[in-house]
Design a protein around this ligand. Structure first.
Ligand code: COA
Length: 289
């Protein structure tokens, strides 16, 4: 059967995502069961208005991707091309566009989480595999805990974002403030003397929550476990997600003991020098690092 001419050589064009694109982006994302809502794209475009993109074939929307800059580090995510437009260079074009955008912002290292089957696709764009992560979830969580930790608020968020920068390599202040200072979300920190040695934040939705980032100094497993327990105990009854490196055995064991199971795995990849430090690191999300 003959294919329509426009499908043989589509004229792809990338434009900035606007609120009019949110329902398209959400529907496309949810063909992948990513469980997203228009608010997710609203949040993303508020954080990085010029870094969220829609791919057009003429005037037809056919794909999306998002990116975010944190100083010298950037993150890429939410890449999807409509099925009938795949294998025509559209996905590569979106990656290249976002990489050029981030480089223009002064970003030197770009991270992303890839499905293992897409390692070759991203390697072709120069990304290198760095670490294997597992995405776990627990249905209707129920964790009891007697320990307490102080919450993070306006008065101490500076110390937390400074600590985060030392582990993450980029300045995530705009992201962390949007999560930590938002009513309904949770955040706690651990300290030694006057120094922050670890923290956790969780984004809480109606029926689910994402726990992360959780950052601790390398080897400080005890504080990481306590931070996790304290936050999980506040999430009773919700479906809870968390993404962590497969090497964090102690944390994985603790999560498994309270009912978490692996949903899928991803590989963290970097374009540019690896910025991963010797820290315990649970992802904030797959699209923002
Ligand atoms: C990944 C995706 C965006 C690629 O878009 P695309 O427009 O097909 O990409 P391109 O045409 O530029 O490149 C296609 C290349 O990627 C490879 N590729 C694409 N999807 C693949 C898959 N699911 N498994 C293995 N390889 C895949 C193709 O084989 C091709 O490789 P080649 O050039 O060596 O032949 C698209 O497949 C998609 O939307 N997938 C579903 C969403 C998704 O998985 N997003 C990524 C999250 S990490």
């Amino acid at each position: 059967m003959l294919r329509p001419i426009y499908n043989l050589s589509p004229m792809f064009q990338v434009k900035q995502m606007s609120p009019k694109d949110f329902s398209f982006a959400t529907e496309l994302a949810n063909t992948m069961n990513w469980n997203m809502s228009t608010q997710d794209f609203e949040f993303m475009t508020q954080l990085e208005p010029d870094g969220c993109f829609v791919l057009l074939d003429d005037s037809k929307r056919v794909g999306i991707a998002t990116s975010i800059s944190y100083g010298k580090v950037g993150w890429f995510g939410n890449l999807i091309v409509k099925e009938e437009y795949r294998n025509m260079g559209a996905g590569s074009l979106l990656v290249k566009h976002a990489v050029d955008y981030l480089r223009g912002k002064g970003v030197e290292t770009i991270g992303l989480y890839a499905y293992p089957k897409l390692i070759k696709f991203y390697s072709n764009q120069g990304f290198k595999a760095d670490d294997d992560f597992t995405v776990l979830n627990a249905q209707t969580l129920n964790v009891s805990n007697k320990e307490t930790l102080p919450p993070i608020g306006k008065h101490n968020i500076y110390a937390v974002t400074k600590f985060d920068r030392e582990c993450f390599g980029g300045d995530r202040k705009k992201l962390l403030e949007s999560i930590i200072l938002e009513e309904g979300n949770l955040s706690y920190y651990a300290s030694k003397g006057n120094e922050v040695v670890g923290y956790v934040a969780a984004t809480v939705y109606e029926t689910m929550a994402w726990v992360g980032p959780l950052i601790c100094q390398g080897g400080n497993v005890d504080d990481a476990v306590t931070l996790l327990k304290v936050v999980l105990a506040k999430l009773t009854g919700l479906k809870v997600y968390v993404a962590l490196p497969k090497t964090e055995i102690a944390l994985a064991d603790m999560l498994s003991a309270v009912g978490f199971k692996e949903d899928f795995s991803v590989v963290r990849m970097y374009l540019g020098p690896s910025v991963a430090k010797n820290c315990i690191y649970l992802a904030e999300s797959l699209e923002r690092g």
